[in-house]
Design a protein around this ligand. Structure first.
Ligand SMILES: Nc1nc2c(ncn2[C@@H]2O[C@H](COP(=O)(O)OP(=O)(O)OP(=O)(O)O)[C@@H](O)[C@H]2O)c(=O)[nH]1
Length: 373
């Protein structure tokens, strides 16, 4: 298995914190990076816009929960089996049509239906069918298993451009902004990623940018306390200010990775899409090169609407990567072909459950084999 993240030599010296443009209220003096982990108590008179920093407290429970990398073979097998189970409907549709089949128009029609039902969309379906017909003709394929093998190769070729590792150690800190519709799995993904990053010796700081839902902020804060991850949160107010504070705090502490959580929103909620653009802009005021990664988390069960989400969020933010969650549910998987054909943004990770090891890097061959076996 390839590694979870790719590491690059640092090319960017740690910049000094810049002068805040619209400086949000900051908490008491930050401890140095190597300081013993102690709670930074929120000022007694917390104004609605005052940032509250919850420093982590290491516990025995925390240590027990951190997953060692690389993933053990047994875990990997169980992960693959969950992916296969999740995609079993599509895989059964795609594989049964080749059983004892003759290579004729009927087969191509059935394949067209199966691909469309899998959420591959019209463009990817037609692209794959045309390429397959060409291959069958050129290579004079006469047996169904040969055609199935040709489809496997075409699918792998189509999806491989989406396979790209998340690169660490290129920026100090690496600032990632995470967006998506409500319930897509943003906060869960951030939690899993934080643990994977810790297992790769990266220190992590989270910005609770979902200021819309108090419960979301509290959830992240409690999670951070339990897992030795500092969380920057705000009683209420401006998510851009929380993100700004988080970037400065990470710079001051020498933290490796900042993840900025954002509230769920629909692509049609234009004012909320504008708010995301503002968060991105303000992060850039905290650190000129940031955010270095803008990730969209997509629920794998969303169907063709996932493509709309990719397009709208990409137009608004310039996405650098995708995370596809819940591929263990009723997801059909074909939407990755639609994304590859229409907006080939790297899929850094896919998720097949709620455990930390259920989030793994996207591997085109692994994924296609789950679809076709
Ligand atoms: N089965 C399954 N459930 C998942 C996966 N990822 C996340 N979930 C569940 O999806 C639900 C929503 O996840 P959250 O992380 O809260 O989603 P969110 O995008 O942060 O939600 P909002 O903050 O409301 O927008 C939770 O119950 C998660 O446990 C996955 O890969 N598989």
């Amino acid at each position: 298995m390839f590694s979870f993240f790719k590491k690059k030599p640092k090319v960017e010296p740690a910049p000094l914190p810049e002068t805040p443009v619209a400086a949000p209220a900051t908490p008491a003096a930050l401890p140095p990076a190597a300081a013993p982990v102690t709670a930074v108590v929120a000022p007694p008179t917390v104004t609605p816009t005052a940032a509250v920093e919850v420093a982590p407290t290491a516990t025995a429970e925390t240590e027990a929960e951190i997953v060692a990398a690389p993933v053990a073979a047994e875990q990997k097998r169980s992960w693959l089996s969950r992916l296969r189970t999740g995609l079993s409907k599509t895989s059964s549709n795609l594989t049964t049509l080749f059983v004892g089949a003759k290579i004729d128009e009927d087969l191509y029609e059935e394949l067209e239906s199966a691909l469309l039902v899998s959420d591959a969309g019209v463009e990817a379906t037609h692209f794959l069918l045309n390429a397959l017909k060409k291959k069958v003709k050129e290579d004079k394929l006469t047996e169904a298993p040969q055609v199935k093998a040709a489809l496997r190769t075409l699918l792998i070729d189509l999806l491989t451009p989406l396979q790209k590792p998340l690169v660490l150690d290129q920026h100090q800190p690496l600032v990632m902004m995470i967006a998506g519709v409500n319930g897509a799995g943003k906060t869960t993904t951030i939690g899993k990623l934080a643990k994977h990053l810790q297992a790769h010796n990266q220190s992590v700081l989270l910005a609770a940018g979902d200021t819309f839902r108090a419960a979301a902020r509290e959830q992240l804060t409690i999670w951070g306390e339990r897992n030795n991850v500092t969380v920057i949160a705000q009683e209420s107010g401006d998510p851009a200010a929380v993100a700004f504070d988080a970037v400065h705090s990470a710079q001051a502490r020498g933290i490796n990775v900042v993840m900025v959580d954002t509230a769920g929103r629909l692509p049609t909620q234009l004012h909320l899409m504008d708010e995301l653009k503002k968060i991105k802009r303000v992060i850039g005021k905290g650190m000129a090169t940031a955010p270095h990664e803008v990730l969209l988390v997509i629920d794998g069960n969303t169907g063709q609407n996932a493509l709309t989400q990719v397009k709208v969020f990409d137009d608004a933010l310039g996405l650098t990567g995708l995370v596809i969650t819940k591929l263990d549910g009723t997801a059909k998987g074909g939407v990755l072909a639609a994304i590859a054909t229409n907006r080939a943004i790297p899929v850094y990770f896919i998720g097949v459950g709620e455990q930390i090891e259920d989030l793994q890097p996207f591997d085109a061959t692994e994924f296609v084999d789950a679809l076709l076996t």
